[in-house]
Design a protein. Structure first.
Length: 305
C-alpha cells in the first residue's frame, strides 16, 4: 500500500468541514442542510461519515439543539482555519498593484538596450511603481536557465536559442545604419560602397546582430578594414566623434548615439537583413501577475506596429 495515498484517503472532504462548521454555528441539522443546499437525509449521511472519520459523536441532540462534544470544541478552531485557508487559496488576488508593490525585477538585455530602452523603462517604473526595483542582467548562455528559475523575469533582445517552454512577443524591427564624424574629411553627402571599403571601421564583436552583419558582409563580398574591436557600445560615440572611423550598427542604437554626439547617420551602402527585437519569458511565469504587468509595460513602451 502507498502510505501517501492512504494518508490522502483519510483527509476530510471539504463538504464535511463545511458541515462541521455549520452544525457548530446553527446547532441544527435542518438549518445546516438548508445552507448547504442539501436534503436532510444527505446531511445526516455526511454527519455519520464525519463522526466515523473523527472517531467521536461530535454533536449530541439536546432540547437546545445539536450541542458539540468536547472534541468538537477542540477541533472547531482547526476546522475553521482550514476552511479559511482553502478560501484564500481559491480567491487569492492575482492582480499586481503597481503603485504599492515592492518587488525586484531582473531584465536581461544588451548594453545597447541600456542606452535605448532602459531609460524609458526606468522613467515609467519610477512614476507608476515607485516601490519596484529594476536590475539589468546580461544576455548570455545562462539567460534561458535564469528565466526558467525565476532569477530573471524577462529578456529583451534577439535570442533565437530560446526554444520550448518560452513565450515571446515581437516589439519592433531593427534595420542597420552607419555612423560617421559629422566633419569626416572624406565622406560627403552619402556613404558609398567605395567609401565603406576604403574607410577604417570599428567592429562590435558581441551579440546576435554581429553575426547578422558578418553574414551580410560575406554574402556581398565586402571586406572592412577594422582598426578597433569593441565588446559593446560603451565609449563608441566618443570614439566616432573624435576620429575618422565609421561603424555599422542597428538603427535604434545608431540614432541614439548620433543624437548624443552629433554624429551623421547614413543608410548602409549594401543590404543587411533586418531582425526583430522581442521580449521573452518562461512559461512558469506566464500567469504571474507581476510578470504580466512588466510585459505590459514593455509592450506599451516599445511595441511598434
Amino acid at each position: 500500500m502507498n502510505p501517501a495515498a492512504d494518508g490522502d484517503a483519510a483527509l476530510l472532504d471539504i463538504k464535511l468541514l463545511r458541515l462541521f462548521d455549520l452544525l457548530y454555528s446553527t446547532h441544527s441539522v435542518t438549518r445546516a442542510a438548508e445552507q448547504l443546499g442539501q436534503s436532510q437525509p444527505t446531511v445526516s449521511i455526511w454527519l455519520a461519515r464525519l463522526r466515523e472519520q473523527l472517531a467521536d459523536p461530535l454533536f449530541v441532540r439536546t432540547p437546545a439543539g445539536m450541542q458539540p462534544t468536547p472534541r468538537a470544541d477542540a477541533l472547531i478552531p482547526i476546522a475553521r482555519e482550514a476552511l479559511e485557508a482553502l478560501r484564500r487559496l481559491s480567491t487569492e488576488d492575482t492582480s499586481f498593484e503597481a503603485a504599492s508593490a515592492e518587488r525586484r525585477f531582473c531584465i536581461c538585455m544588451t548594453d545597447a538596450s541600456h542606452v535605448t530602452l532602459l531609460p524609458q523603462l526606468l522613467a515609467h517604473v519610477r512614476s507608476a511603481a515607485p516601490g519596484v526595483r529594476l536590475e539589468a542582467g546580461r544576455i548570455d548562455a545562462t539567460t534561458g536557465e535564469r528565466l526558467q528559475s525565476g532569477e530573471a523575469d524577462l529578456a529583451l533582445g534577439l535570442i533565437p536559442e530560446l526554444g520550448a517552454g518560452f513565450y515571446q512577443q515581437v516589439l519592433f524591427t531593427q534595420d542597420w545604419v552607419c555612423l560617421a564624424n559629422r566633419h569626416h574629411p572624406r565622406i560627403g553627402e552619402a556613404l558609398t560602397l567605395d567609401d565603406y571599403r576604403r574607410e577604417s571601421h570599428v567592429g562590435i564583436v558581441s551579440g546576435t546582430g554581429h553575426r547578422f552583419l558578418a553574414s551580410a558582409l560575406a554574402s556581398h563580398g565586402v571586406e572592412r578594414r577594422v582598426v578597433l574591436e569593441l565588446p559593446g557600445f560603451l565609449g563608441l560615440a566618443a570614439i566616432v566623434s573624435t576620429t575618422d572611423v565609421i561603424v555599422t550598427l542597428p538603427l535604434q542604437i545608431g540614432e541614439t548615439l548620433a543624437r548624443s554626439a552629433d554624429l551623421r547617420v547614413f543608410p548602409c551602402p549594401f543590404a543587411i537583413p533586418s531582425f526583430t527585437v522581442k521580449q521573452h519569458w518562461h512559461a512558469r511565469y506566464h500567469h504571474d501577475a507581476g510578470n504580466r504587468w512588466l510585459r505590459g509595460v514593455c509592450a506599451g513602451l516599445f511595441l511598434r506596429s
